[in-house]
Ligand binder design. Structure first.
Ligand SMILES: Cc1ncc(COP(=O)(O)O)c(C=O)c1O
Length: 408
């Protein structure tokens, strides 16, 4: 009998789901944590707005508590919020989703991604996605036992093209993930590019999961959603939410829009996964989507100013860098410094006390880049870039000394 007793936790460790064991944790937090060792540290890793949630939204959250909106809601979300979300998508992006059976309110965009991917992927399904890419997709794909198929976008301003997607399609392809404006490079797919991608995918038994969480932070053009192309609507799921547009990351409200046959299945996953998004946050989100439609405007103006500043400073310092068209990240190349992105980020942290994210955090094709977030004030960005300039000066000096030594 005693033989059957476990002696230590390691004895059953091998029974843990291998798909979960395969998942690696993101290094982003690691850099912020290491930065804490330095009193004068400058953190350029932050992936959330530095603005505060607007007061009227916070008040709606407080009111929700006072009015005892503290019980479970319908799993899909309170009807008023689903209606407001559906109207929002219609007026802003020309998308028509019936609030009754085509909208789910989720716990952040993260949960919307999780439930939609778990609804459509099975063991061995292939998922086409860009590389470099937001680091949240790969673990969700891996947990489903599905297989990521990356499209290297570094030669095309970090955008997938219809052609490159077509090359990757096989019998096992179940899903293409689009993500724009993008994290980490701020790339944006134009209406024309979406139409071209649509031509390839239209009529194929492939879902399109379109993560449009940064749709309100598009600096150059009106955001267009791939699901607004009528022929594609039936195979699209659109992810959005309030985290970035309304500086509400901690409220955890995301939105999933899809045809009713898909929502019906995703709904089941959500029922047993979370029951419903936070009731208090749903009331705050309702305020955001009714009286706060213009809230993102001032934030966007400020981000654009910072984007212009960071882009011109990085170019001046000598980086090869693509100007981001949306979101609040910039992704300069470090190729010419002959280091991996981890080596670059480590030295920058140790020597200048500036934290950035090494590009390899965003999959293999990102390894010649670093990600700088401009979701921080102009003063901090200016100080950070001055230090980066000093660091690059030192690297260039070292490179030229090494070159001379080799020549001698
Ligand atoms: C592209 C992208 N999608 C989704 C998310 C997650 O959003 P949420 O905080 O609403 O879960 C992020 C967060 O950084 C992101 O960059």
């Amino acid at each position: 009998m005693a033989d059957h007793l476990l002696k230590g936790e390691d004895e059953v460790k091998h029974l843990i789901n291998p798909h979960v064991q395969q998942v690696k944790l993101s290094p982003i937090r690691l850099y912020s944590q290491r930065l804490m060792a330095f009193e004068d540290g400058i953190n350029l890793t932050i992936g959330q707005p530095d603005f505060l949630t607007p007061d009227h939204i916070k008040d709606a959250g407080k009111r929700a508590i006072d009015e005892n909106h503290t019980a479970y809601t319908h799993t899909a979300g309170i009807p008023e919020l689903r209606k407001a979300a559906s109207e929002y998508m219609s007026t802003k992006y020309n998308l028509t989703y019936n609030w009754k059976d085509e909208v789910l309110v989720t716990t952040g965009a993260t949960q919307a991604l999780d439930i939609v991917l778990r609804s459509i992927l099975v063991e061995g399904s292939e998922v086409i996605l860009p590389s470099p890419v937001y680091l949240g997709y790969l673990p969700l794909i891996q947990i489903c036992g599905a297989v990521p198929v990356f499209v290297d976008t570094t030669e095309n301003d970090f955008k997938m093209t219809a052609e490159r997607i077509e090359e990757k399609i096989t019998d096992k392809t179940r899903c293409v993930i689009l993500s724009y404006p993008s994290n980490p490079a701020g790339s944006v797919l134009s209406k024309k590019e979406l139409e071209q991608i649509g031509e390839v995918l239209q009529g194929k038994e492939i879902f399109i999961v379109s993560d449009e969480i940064y749709s309100e932070l598009n600096y150059e053009e009106e955001h267009s959603s791939i699901a607004s192309i009528p022929a594609l609507r039936n195979q699209c799921a659109v992810i959005n939410g309030l985290s970035k547009s309304h500086a509400m990351t901690g409220w955890r409200i995301g939105l999933l829009f899809a045809p009713s046959y898909l929502i019906e299945e995703a709904y089941k996953v959500q029922v047993y996964n979370t029951a419903c998004a936070s009731t208090i946050s749903q009331h705050a989100a309702l305020e955001a989507l009714t009286n706060g439609l213009d809230d993102p405007i001032a934030m966007k103006k400020e981000y654009r100013k910072r984007r212009d500043f960071v882009f011109s400073r990085l170019s001046e310092i000598g980086f090869d860098v693509v100007k981001p068209k949306g979101a609040f990240y910039i992704f300069p190349s470090i190729e010419k410094f002959d280091m991996t992105s981890t080596q670059f980020a480590d030295r920058l942290l140790e020597e200048e006390h500036v934290a950035v994210v090494p590009g390899n955090a965003f999959s293999g094709a990102g390894d010649c880049y670093i990600r700088i977030s401009f979701a921080t004030s102009l003063e901090i960005l200016e100080a950070g870039l001055n230090r980066i300039e000093k660091f690059i000066g030192r690297l260039t000096q070292e490179q030229s000394t090494q070159r001379k030594a080799v020549q001698q």
